[in-house]
Design a protein around this ligand. Sequence first.
Ligand code: ADP
Ligand code: MG
Length: 345
Amino acid sequence: MPLGEFALIDRYFRELGIARDDVLLGVGDDGALLRPPPGFDLVAVSDTLVEGVHFPVGAAARSVGHRALAVNLSDIAAMGAVPAWSLLALTLPSVDERWLEEFAAGFGALACEHQVALVGGDTTRGPLMLGVQVLGFVPQGQGLRRAGGKPGDLLCVSGTPGEAAAGLALLQQTIRMPAAPRTTSELDQAAQQLRRRFEFPTPRLALGAALRELASACIDVSDGLLGDVGKLAAASGCTAIVDIERLPHSAALSALVAAQRVTEQAALRYTLAGGDDYELVFAVPQAQRARLHELAACESISMIGELAPAGGTEPTNVAQLRRSGRWLASEELAALAAGFDHFAV
Ligand code: ADP
Ligand code: MG
């Protein structure tokens, strides 16, 4: 007999994540009762994943559970906040207990890793869709914003953007692997690593918290590095200048190029416009350069460019690319950055 809605909630979601003292009342009542700590601002974020839009149809349930929470934790990280509570609006086409178990395992493991409690939600029938909200705290007045960057600030990014988009292309077989006997173990390992970057992204929470003292502006990379750098620059009233030579190097992406699975140009496109990276892009005042180097010793950080006065560069896009000190022509820029936008196709 299929599990009823209440039994389903009870079995999979009543005690998911960590138990926290600041949850006075969690799953089971009409609402959760939560007690924020004094002296902190509350940060609220929400992100929805739709099957076939944000993850491939038939994607592994554990990965879907992980990503549904991870994309929200990434927004919390970009605000410099620490996550605490989450809500889950689940729309399911049918009750598939094996799927639910795996989904809950993916969501729950990441929630425990970051001390997040699941305090409520909603369960309905319909096309597979996961709506998640996360609430977190930041010391009063210290939340990081997209606005606040100044001309001259250094532009930095964490990790190796582009890997997740290549991983998704491998999962969807837009990038094809050679037939088994011809696959080298090095190429296999690179492909596996790239798929994992899409399926199990790492929200940069420790970095986000450390940036409260350092960064003038911050954003997470969900829609593609160049586009998101542009959003930070626009909110800060600046132009972003990114040097292609300084982009972080991905060994796994290079392995695909070396094995002629993708061209060098396509690899650069993944890095600049791929999306789904959930890395942080941030601006750091020049005066903080020494502390930035200290932080870079324990976090993977690349300095990729700088902020300039708005309209002070030629041509005048909010995000501008330089190669060997020369501006890329706008057609070349458009070809590289052509979006993986949800409405583009
Ligand atoms: P109501 O009808 O009052 O909105 P529900 O019957 O929808 O309540 O939900 C009962 C309880 O279960 C509520 O505390 C709600 O927050 C929680 N809940 C429902 N679905 C989920 C879910 N997918 N994950 C976590 N909690 C859930
Ligand atoms: Mg009610």
